[in-house]
Design a protein around this ligand. Structure first.
Ligand code: XUL
Ligand code: CO
Length: 436
């Protein structure tokens, strides 16, 4: 049975003059750009939760999406059908990676043991499908935020029994990820924060969260999982404040609890927006700490204040993202994971193809544009010249801690008033637009 009979697949590359909505105009998987194939640069990943499990519900209304793989009455049958649909989709779209939460692929059972059984049964099937298709797992994760037991957090719950439940779930999800050859394992602190500080011991909750991460690292070592651990910042929603607020807060948390060498960041555009940052800012902060691991490639809405998780279509955004990715030398274990969902009015399965094709083409253009801006060199040269003064002896001595306030005063007396230089923001914005 086919869940996407309208699509032959794999989606072909037809070039920028094509009018075929089921063709790539810019993403040509095997084409070499700056010495590497586009598929190796971009490492596109389909996320299971939005693409196959989202039903279109929003805070004001019920689900709208029609999903032929969700019709069976038995939850395990639905899980199997969904897995079939997912692998058909991966192959027809032509992506090499997928990502999931434990509860996306297998339903929670009546009790813990049943949940473990359900997960194992689906992982068996997924393993066979991966082998048959060559599709790889980018990362796995545990859903520690949907079940009512996690209403007050998972690792950060006031009740250690809930912590234990979350830890057991992490163990199972980590083992599932390991069995499927996952390249990474992600922690997103869905409810690891607070709704109000009046009822919260924030100091201990952060310690609890750190302990959970340490236990996961220990267990990974025990079972031989060598994938990359990620932590995914998000400032709020569902909680008022999440401890993994933004890239800088995550790095501080990891440093404080001695986890910095064990984790990298998985950065998401819509989360950056909610944090009041640009995605460029978040990427830059992570890259400078050598902690840029993977990207949840989506976008928010300029007018709606919640996490709308839309597909990325803005070339300016994808160019900025790819500039940072190229600057750090490319993605290694990470990828561009479409943590994005179609709008609730795009209720047909075919809309999933349009959404992913659009996102992939937007990133292909971003990649090509970023490569051109780098090859052109004027932007980098401008920045280098802007800081040129620091390459001279006085600046070098300040940077290496060999100058005192008195010596600075002496410098002023000898050099007088500094000459101001324009930051040339508009000039540079025009320069970027030359390439877009
Ligand atoms: C939620 C979010 C998650 C994580 C994985 O905003 O981004 O889907 O990516 O738990
Ligand atoms: Co995400």
């Amino acid at each position: 049975m086919s869940y996407f009979p309208e699509v032959q697949g794999p989606i072909p590359f037809e070039g920028s003059s094509s009018k075929n909505p089921l063709a790539f105009k810019h993403y040509n998987a095997k084409e070499k750009v700056a010495g590497k194939s586009m598929e190796d640069h971009l490492r596109f990943t389909v996320c299971y939760w939005h693409t196959f499990k989202a039903n279109g519900q929003d805070p004001f209304g019920a689900g709208t999406l029609i999903r032929p793989w969700e019709t069976a009455s038995d939850p395990m049958q639905r899980a199997k059908d969904t897995l079939d649909a997912a692998f058909e989709f991966f192959e027809k779209l032509g992506v090499r990676f997928w990502a999931f939460h434990d509860r996306d692929i297998a339903p929670e059972g009546e009790n813990y043991d049943q949940s473990v059984k359900n997960l194992t049964a689906i992982v068996d099937l997924a393993e066979a499908k991966q082998k048959a298709t060559g599709v790889q797992l980018l990362w796995g994760t545990a859903n520690l935020f949907s079940h009512p037991r996690y209403q007050a957090g998972a690792a950060t719950n006031p009740d250690p029994d809930v912590f234990a439940h979350a830890a057991a779930q992490v163990k199972d999800a980590l083992e599932a990820t390991h069995r499927l050859g996952g390249l990474g394992y992600t922690f997103w602190g869905g409810r690891e924060g607070y709704d109000t500080l009046w009822n919260t011991n924030m100091k201990q909750e952060r310690e609890q969260l750190a302990m959970m991460l340490h236990m996961a690292v220990l267990h990974a070592r025990k079972i031989g999982f060598q994938g990359q651990f990620y932590i995914e910042p998000k400032p709020k929603e569902p909680t008022t404040h999440q401890y993994d607020s933004d890239a800088a807060a995550c790095l501080n948390f990891l440093r404080e609890f001695n986890l910095l060498d064990k984790f990298k960041l998985n950065l998401e555009t819509n989360h950056a927006t909610l944090a009041g940052h640009t995605m460029l800012h978040e990427l830059r902060v992570a890259r400078h700490a050598d902690a840029l691991g993977s990207i949840d490639a989506n976008t928010g809405d300029e007018l709606i204040g919640w996490d709308t998780d839309q597909f990325p279509t803005n070339i300016y955004l994808t160019t900025a993202i790819m500039m940072e990715v190229l600057e750090m030398g490319g993605l290694t274990t990470g990828g561009l994971n479409f943590d994005a969902k179609v709008r609730r009015q795009s209720h047909e399965p075919i809309d999933l193809f349009y959404a992913h094709i659009g996102g992939m083409d937007a990133f292909a253009r971003g990649l090509k544009t970023a490569v051109k801006i780098r090859e052109d060199g004027r932007l980098a040269q401008f920045v280098a010249e802007r800081y040129e003064g620091w390459t001279h002896p006085f600046g070098q001595k300040v940077l290496t801690g060999h100058r005192t306030l008195e010596e600075c005063e002496d410098h002023v007396r000898r050099h007088g008033e500094p000459t101001r230089k324009s930051g040339r923001q508009e000039f540079l914005e025009n320069l970027i637009n030359e390439f877009i």
